[in-house]
Design a protein around this ligand. Structure first.
Ligand SMILES: Cc1cc2nc3c(=O)[nH]c(=O)nc-3n(C[C@H](O)[C@H](O)[C@H](O)COP(=O)(O)O)c2cc1C
Ligand SMILES: C=C(O[C@@H]1CC(C(=O)O)=C[C@@H](OP(=O)(O)O)[C@H]1O)C(=O)O
Length: 391
């Protein structure tokens, strides 16, 4: 499976083309819209989310809600484009009025300056429009489709917020994920599917205070995937390790700076006796573990335990109290450009991280089995699971 997205933040629309989804997979636009809605939630987002109501259009590759096996096109309209028509028109000529509104004061922490140098853009809008996390809308749409595939294969994926600006999410809410092996029970409950759509009260107060100060916040998200069979990925080479692919897919999200699996950076402190997952055997289940310190990976392969990934998002780089920058034309020192911006977007980013893990796990499963048709894929997977159980 592979996919590509296209679209600028204030351009007319966003598109994704996905190739390699097995024929016969049932595809629900409602489920995609549900995840698009989740990505728009979260306390601390800017006014853009009040303008957009992200709804997917499935344009190609699906007939009567079933995948055809041909490339699938997904499309989401940018409602905000109505306010940017001329400036962001793909076809109209540039007017003197538009060129006056060029962005020339790059924002520290954004792609603005280096992107301008690299692509020889003099209007940094040409960089920021694509480097904007608006694009993650399509990754969530693709991820949602992949979650539908994974669910058919017995794999469930959920992302949620652990921490915003140093404040931990409600311990009671988090405790439901500890030691989890069957995510379906959690994801089936609608209340928990919007888990952390709003930050807890302490987080909200911090976000309000930070916004008043013209500053921003980052945080930590977690993604859990249950039901992955052992042996997906491989130890044989650096480019075949599935944990490495998951890490790359997470760091590929705008503003993500670090990833850990299982006990993660805690491994630096704990002795080996507290860091591995001892091996047990019963005839009924085959080999199994009673702990999951390693977050579901050994040797770059899934080991049958839930995949547990945590990741850190840096604070939003655009500040209403802007940092110093230099105008790329005059070379004079100025305050950086201010684009309308979120104070924090960790809640939305948890949904994006969930999507990226879903995409990466779906790709890995599709790499291993015959993927022309969903029923054959399911039969092959079932046979594989039976085989490894009997090992
Ligand atoms: C869901 C989401 C929303 C974001 N919203 C904003 C925003 O409103 N303003 C901003 O400056 N950065 C925002 N970012 C982060 C920037 O897109 C990102 O920091 C920037 O493109 C530079 O990329 P890098 O941080 O990966 O180096 C957001 C990121 C995500 C994942
Ligand atoms: C549009 C989205 O997020 C945007 C991500 C973003 C950035 O720089 O990454 C900057 C802001 O863009 P705008 O100036 O249009 O408000 C966010 O709103 C979205 O998540 O759909």
């Amino acid at each position: 499976m592979r996919y590509v997205t296209a679209g600028e933040s204030h351009g007319p629309e966003l598109t994704a083309i996905i190739e390699g989804i097995p024929a016969g997979l049932h595809i629900s636009a409602d489920k995609i819209n549900d995840d698009l809605h989740r990505r728009q939630q979260g306390y601390g987002r800017g006014n853009r989310m009040k303008i957009e109501t992200d709804q997917v259009k499935i344009l190609n590759g699906v007939r009567h809600q079933k995948a055809l096996g041909s490339p699938i096109t997904l499309n989401v309209t940018n409602d905000d484009h109505a306010h940017w028509g001329e400036i962001m028109s793909p076809t109209a000529e540039e007017t003197p009025d538009n060129s006056v509104r060029k962005v020339t004061r790059p924002r520290p922490g954004h792609a603005d300056l280096v992107g301008g140098m690299k692509y020889q853009h003099t209007d940094l809008r040409n960089v920021l429009e694509r480097s904007s996390a608006r694009e993650t809308t399509m990754r969530v749409a693709v991820g949602s489709l992949c979650k539908q595939l994974l669910s058919e294969l017995g794999v469930e994926v959920l992302g949620f917020v652990r921490e915003i600006g140093g404040i931990e999410a409600d311990a009671d809410k988090l405790s439901q994920f500890e030691g989890l092996t069957d995510l379906k029970k959690v994801t089936d409950e609608s209340e928990t599917r919007t888990f952390d759509a709003d930050a807890d009260e302490k987080m909200k107060a911090l976000i309000d205070e930070t916004k008043r100060a013209g500053d921003t916040l980052g945080g930590v998200v977690e993604v859990i995937a249950t039901g992955m069979p052992a042996g997906i990925g491989s130890y044989v080479g650096a480019d075949t390790k599935l944990d490495a692919k998951v890490a790359a897919s997470i760091v590929g999200i705008n503003a993500f700076k670090g990833v850990e699996f299982g006990d993660g950076f805690q491994f630096a402190k704990n002795p080996g006796s507290q860091g591995m997952d001892e091996i047990f055997y019963s005839e009924e289940t085959g080999f199994y573990r009673k702990s999951n310190h390693l977050g579901g990976f050994e040797g770059g392969m899934t080991n049958g335990q839930p995949v547990v990934v945590k990741a850190v998002m840096k604070p939003i780089p655009t500040l209403y109290k802007p940092l110093m920058s230099v105008d790329v034309n005059t070379k004079e020192a100025y305050k950086a450009n201010v684009e309308r911006s979120d104070t924090t977007a960790v809640t939305a980013a948890a949904v994006v991280a969930e999507a990226m893990v879903a995409i990466t796990l779906a790709e890995a499963l599709l790499d291993k089995f015959d993927t022309d048709a969903i029923d054959r894929l399911k039969a092959q997977l079932a046979a594989y699971k039976e085989e490894i159980k009997k090992y």
